[in-house]
Design a protein. Sequence first.
Length: 397
Amino acid sequence: MQTQELSTYGRIIDEIAMQIDITEEMYTKAEKKYNELGHYLEQSLKYPLSIYPQGSFMLGTVIKPYRNGKDADYDIDLVCEFSSKSETSILPEKLKKDVGYVLQNNDEYQPFLDKEGRRCWTLNFAGFHMDCLPCVPFTSYDKKISLTHTDDFKNYEWKRSNPKEFGEWFKLRQAVIYKEIETAQKQKIYEGNQRVYDSIDAVPDRRVKTPLQKAIQILKRHRDVYFANKINEKYKPISMVITVLAATLYEQEADSYFALKNIIEEMGRYEEVFKSSIHRSSAKNEKLITFDGNKWRISNPVAQEENFAERWHEDNHARAKAFFEWTSDLKHNFLQELESQDLKVIQKCLGQRLCWSIGEEKLISLGFSNNTGSYSESLPPIREVVITNPIKPYLQY
């Protein structure tokens, strides 16, 4: 049995996560845009097409990115899966060029089209960037895809991934707590949006946010602020690395702060992998991050051939070094400062580490005293959430 008490720090995390999340208006706008894009590509190329989100847009962990010292546009990752094609019926270069050609020759999309990326075509719309990933089914009997990829020498090849099954895995990792909070969250959303929703049942599942999702949002925000304008900014951890590690290490905490704290502390243990001559760590999931003396590996839990750390060995392990530098700052600076009972220390921490300004009045409303910095005893009792038989991490080696 695992018991977690909802904390004052948890309220702060919830508040920040809500503020940096994608707005409902922007979500609806992006959804409309990508459905229109899919229809246009299908009509233009005459290939049956399925277009759907992957990454943070699918997982509910979207944040407003922080770049060049300010908030930037949202990033929306899309899979454009051409169901009638396969690796044997079309070359990756042709599929990639076909998609690029129709976008370049369309008056609506051409002004927003960026240069060709390693895997995607990017459309820079007002308010969000939309990455369009051309791909084909890997086989006719599973959910894996073969996506177009360009290496450093401009050679095109197929790479494997499995965004749909990854979404199912991620959902499973938070299934217990989702069931605990679903009704209460939907009730609250419905009461505040009765002009939008006819009933509680009309509130979509994606509006319910779990502590895992909020923890990931905070981690990504901290990463963006921490590496902003640093020499090693281009080596900062990619979102999929953060997501896989956080979801695997999540232990069904009911409080967002306890979830975040546990994830940060466990990620911090992996620095031993890099420092130790025998490349072992004391982390619970010892093989989640591995290093064989040359190459690093963080496997996709539903597609083991996909390695999210495949470039960590490049430039003298620059990405690995950036990751461990970041997790050290999370553990030794961010956590310690945020756990202070001093309002001014907390305010400075949130301002410097997350670029999020909060006044004393707001902190007091979240449960802090205005004179001692301690929890306010005048607040009503905090409900305890009891979870029995929490699910274990999916990743087992």
